[in-house]
Ligand binder design. Structure first.
Ligand SMILES: C[S@@+](CC[C@H](N)C(=O)[O-])C[C@H]1O[C@@H](n2cnc3c(N)ncnc32)[C@H](O)[C@@H]1O
Length: 268
């Protein structure tokens, strides 16, 4: 099975998608009072790292953007180009994120359908690390090859007729169901009022595009409010990774050396 690293992501609809995603993140950060150049986060860069220049156009600093790649060859190539790269699974990167550094964005541009392990890992790793509270998440899924999500779609199809097929909508509902389940198990079930509050604070925005071969990709951008609604009885905790700590330290060093390279203009 292809891991998605070999595809060509340089086509018009995808270019428009990248602009939309970074625009949405930029906008939400401004609402949260965070300047894009100070925003730190994770993204699935792919071989050509096409997100970096779009993000830079929106004011993001490359030194604050940590690429994640599980394909060893692609990860090495990104590193050779000077891109801060976490080699491994996105969920290990989320789990290993330092609890002391707020993570402002995660761009999970998957090249596959909404499969069970992805939904489960997201549900866990978006919830357990407080550094990911308020992280702006953008996720992109292929519509199809995801029989797992059929049953979930049928559960809410009645209430969400317009977006019943949208994998971003399905994804959000799976996350909500998993949260509800966890809270139920830990003896602090979510009531309707709390659920409505969670749904409105997510501020989810859905959009879609077609690939050159006509496949539909569904995206969702939302605010990660899940840590705030986690049950106190749930004791799962994140475990900081050495690789992530080293990357975050390199990022700090790069930012400092850029600051010292900037000429200081003295007031006359
Ligand atoms: C769709 S591409 C990214 C394209 C890029 N965002 C763009 O706009 O050009 C996804 C990349 O992430 C990698 N990838 C997919 N799922 C991953 C995961 N769970 N963890 C780490 N890397 C992953 C793939 O190997 C691929 O290189």
């Amino acid at each position: 099975m292809s891991n998605g690293a070999q595809f060509d992501y340089c086509f018009e609809n995808k270019t428009i998608w990248r602009r939309r995603v970074w625009d949405a993140i930029h906008h939400r950060l401004s609402v949260n009072g965070v300047r894009p150049r100070n925003a730190v986060g994770l993204y699935l860069a792919g071989e050509k790292n096409l997100d970096a220049s779009v993000a830079a156009e929106h004011g993001f600093d490359r030194n604050n953007m940590i690429a994640v790649e599980w394909d060893g060859g692609v990860a090495e190539a990104l590193r050779k180009d000077g891109v801060l790269t976490f080699k491994g699974n996105l969920f290990s990167a989320m789990n290993g994120w330092s609890p002391n550094v707020p993570c402002h964005f995660i761009v999970a541009d998957f090249c596959c359908g909404l499969v069970e392990s992805t939904a489960q890992d997201f549900a866990i790793f978006l919830s357990i690390n407080n550094a990911l509270s308020d992280t702006i998440v953008a996720a992109n899924f292929l519509r199809g090859r995801d029989a797992f999500s059929n049953v979930f779609r049928s559960l809410f199809a009645e209430d969400y007729k317009e977006s019943a097929k949208h994998r971003g909508e399905t994804f959000i509902h799976i996350l909500l169901m998993m949260l509800e389940n966890n809270r139920e198990k830990s003896g602090t079930p979510i009531n309707q009022e709390e659920l409505s509050k969670i749904i409105s604070s997510l501020k989810r925005r859905l959009f879609s595009y077609k690939s050159t071969s006509g496949q539909v990709f569904d995206s969702v951008v939302f605010n990660n409010v899940f840590p705030a609604f986690r049950s106190l009885g749930d004791t799962t905790a994140p475990s900081t990774s050495g690789q992530m700590a080293a990357l975050l330290a390199t990022r700090t060093r790069r930012m400092k050396s850029e600051l010292t390279r900037c000429p200081v203009v003295n007031a006359a």
